[in-house]
Design a protein. Structure first.
Length: 138
């Protein structure tokens, strides 16, 4: 691979990885897709970084169950929405502007649509074997 292309891919991969980790705490950033992108790019340009990312707790918590089971259990969706709505509520309280409230309401509705209609709901039992495997490996 061309060294310039490799460096560019590596830079984008680290950016996606960083944003994915920030997405754990910021409701608007999609954690799983960003970490999937970072993993894909790392696989193309850096075997060492790829091995590192697939062994991180964030990857194992967010990406592995989604990738292996194809969705999220109801409890995980409820936790995701609760944390996101709490952060949105704090933002609404700190920024007392109706325009910002409208944007936050749109984000809240988008997250609800995403959780209810776009992300498949799976049985918690489908994720439990994955959790056991991850604990045994880690």
């Amino acid at each position: 691979m061309n060294p310039i292309v490799r460096i560019c891919l590596l830079g984008v991969a680290w950016l996606a990885c960083g944003l994915g980790i920030v997405g754990v705490f910021v409701p608007v950033l999609p954690t799983t897709p960003l970490l999937l992108l970072a993993t894909f790019l790392f696989a193309k340009c850096s075997p060492r970084a790829h091995a590192w990312i697939i062994n991180t707790k964030v990857y194992r918590a967010y990406v592995t169950p989604f990738k292996e089971a194809g969705g999220m259990p109801v409890g995980a969706k409820v936790r995701m929405l609760a944390i996101s709505y709490a952060v949105l509520a704090v933002s609404a309280l700190l920024v007392q502007k109706p325009f910002v409230w409208g944007i936050l309401a749109a984000v809240a509705l988008f997250l609800l649509w995403l959780a209810v209609f776009h992300i498949p709901t799976i049985d918690k039992a489908a994720v439990a074997p994955l959790s056991d495997e991850l604990e045994l490996e880690g």
